[in-house]
Ligand binder design. Structure first.
Ligand SMILES: O=P(O)(O)OC[C@H]1O[C@](O)(CO)[C@@H](O)[C@@H]1O
Length: 237
């Protein structure tokens, strides 16, 4: 793991943007994208570049079950508003959370991933160490599946919804093995609320109790932190 620590989220985002730009210029074909608040500034920078991405396909990590792509809380909507409508990607894929047959949708998504091997996967993490919606305890062998969201994830994400009961209880998510196949992974974590999970990801032996710790097993993972997220690390990086 290559751990990079920056003073604040702005500087960290600038470093992430430089890496993504460099990979795009080098001819990256498929990029894996995350949602949540952490990559928002990165997407803002990307969409203001006017760069030609007509040779690039995107695949997203996850989507809530039961939310239409037109629902402002859905990740389909988020990606359209934050990135896709501004950039000329060859193709963009986000799981369909309202598919009639969700199991089939998971299989369809795995097929998409097989056809578009991810060169660079951008990741955020939940305060409980989840990646995508792979909650603590999820098998490292998992592929795209339906995940039951933990109460702590629903609590963390309720800020985006009007009422707590509106927060979906399930999501379609790429599995941990589907994520780990990426040739390179770039994890972003900012703020004190992530500090405990960051410590469990980096400073503690790999365990399913902290899904993000699996990144220790990846041969090409960059972890981009601000000082607050890095504040509980025992070792110096
Ligand atoms: O960046 P945030 O808002 O803290 O979200 C954390 C993580 O939770 C998820 O929304 C769940 O998929 C991830 O996409 C995201 O990286």
């Amino acid at each position: 793991m290559n751990v990079l620590i920056f003073k604040n989220p702005e500087e960290a985002t600038k470093a992430a943007f430089d890496i993504v730009s460099q990979r795009l210029e080098a001819g990256l074909k498929t990029i894996g994208l995350a949602t949540g608040s952490t990559p928002l500034k990165l997407y803002e920078k990307l969409r203001s570049t006017n760069m030609d991405v007509s040779h690039v396909t995107t695949v997203n990590l996850d989507e809530y079950v039961g939310l239409e792509p037109t629902d402002p809380q859905s990740y389909n909507y988020y990606m359209n508003e934050e990135l896709f409508k501004y950039m000329n990607f060859a193709a963009t894929y986000v799981p369909n959370g309202v598919a009639e047959d969700l199991e089939k949708e998971c299989e369809r998504y795995e097929e998409i991933l097989r056809n578009h091997p991810v060169d660079l996967q951008i990741l955020g993490m939940g305060p409980n160490g989840h990646i995508g919606f792979n909650e603590p305890g999820t098998s490292f062998e998992s592929v795209t599946h339906i995940a039951e969201l933990t109460q702590s994830t629903r609590d963390a994400n309720k800020r985006f919804f009007d009422k707590e009961e509106d927060v979906p209880t399930r999501a379609i998510t790429m599995g941990i093995s589907s994520i780990m196949i990426a040739k390179e992974i770039m994890m972003l974590a900012f703020g004190e609320g992530k500090a405990e999970a960051v410590r469990n990801m980096i400073d503690v032996p790999v365990t399913v109790d902290c899904p993000a710790s699996v990144l220790q097993n990846h041969s090409n993972a960059i972890i981009i932190l601000d000082e607050a997220a890095a504040s509980k690390l025992k070792r110096n990086y």
